[in-house]
Design a protein around this ligand. Structure first.
Ligand SMILES: Cc1cc2nc3c(=O)[nH]c(=O)nc-3n(C[C@H](O)[C@H](O)[C@H](O)COP(=O)(O)OP(=O)(O)OC[C@H]3O[C@@H](n4cnc5c(N)ncnc54)[C@H](O)[C@@H]3O)c2cc1C
Length: 201
């Protein structure tokens, strides 16, 4: 998978995203910033006053994840998505995400590869019968690679990390969550510091 950061909310005065969060938070108390956004933001996070972090958003470009992983991602409703469409894109030569467990077992990998090759052949046959892409796509597996642009605000990302960095989450979306965390930490280190340990798992 390849995850890149396309955009981050940046205050027009040149200050940091966390300075914007502090400014929004201080409106609640009608107080003035004291030049240390980290300390203010950390206290609000500890109080659970997390609505103030909604003022900062991140836009990610996510390539090379499986449709199965994409399905899990877009269940997070408090975010915005644009995804490559199998209605409009010809899927005759797609690539698939191979789970590490399958890749590590030569027998399993042989079965997997045979099936994927058959799928491509069936898709191409269907297209040869003039079946529309939106119907031929019905034979595509969940392992088919997809591309998604996703925009999350920090509060929604906190919820995403809470669920998807956890050991109970599936390996691929955990890997995606780690990549996203790696990208946002430099911009909002205090907001996401509680998840820093998740990078090592
Ligand atoms: C380990 C794991 C296993 C899972 N297994 C399954 C499964 O088997 N089947 C399945 O269907 N899903 C499954 N899910 C998906 C899960 O149920 C959530 O749909 C998904 O993780 C998105 O979480 P969310 O609703 O908190 O996020 P978002 O949709 O981004 O919502 C963020 C928060 O906003 C609030 N919110 C959003 N919409 C509403 C609403 N309509 N009403 C009230 N509050 C709202 C909630 O507080 C929510 O936590 C699984 C998730 C995980 C992490």
């Amino acid at each position: 998978m390849e995850v890149t950061l396309l955009a981050v909310t940046q205050p027009l005065d040149g200050s940091s995203p966390e300075a914007l969060i502090e400014l929004a938070g201080r409106v609640c108390y009608q107080s003035e910033p004291k030049g240390d956004p980290a300390s203010f933001v950390r206290k609000r996070m500890q109080q659970g006053h997390t609505s103030i972090v909604e003022h900062v958003s991140f836009t990610f470009r996510i390539r090379g994840i499986s449709r199965g992983c994409g399905n899990q991602l877009v269940r997070h409703r408090i975010a915005s998505y644009s995804q490559a469409s199998t209605r409009y894109i010809d899927m005759s030569h797609v690539t698939c995400v191979v789970p590490p467990e399958v890749a590590a077992d030569p027998d399993a990998l042989a079965v997997w590869n045979t099936h994927m090759s058959n799928v491509q052949t069936v898709y191409q046959w269907l297209r040869g019968y003039n079946i529309r892409k939106e119907d031929a796509r019905g034979v595509l597996p969940l392992a088919t690679e997809t591309e998604i642009v996703a925009t999350f605000n920090c509060r929604s990302l906190l919820n995403f990390f809470e669920q998807r960095l956890a050991p109970a989450a599936q390996w691929e979306i955990r890997e995606l969550a780690r990549e996203m965390l790696r990208l946002v930490l430099p911009y909002a280190p205090t907001v996401f510091e509680q998840y820093e340990g998740g990078l090592d798992d």
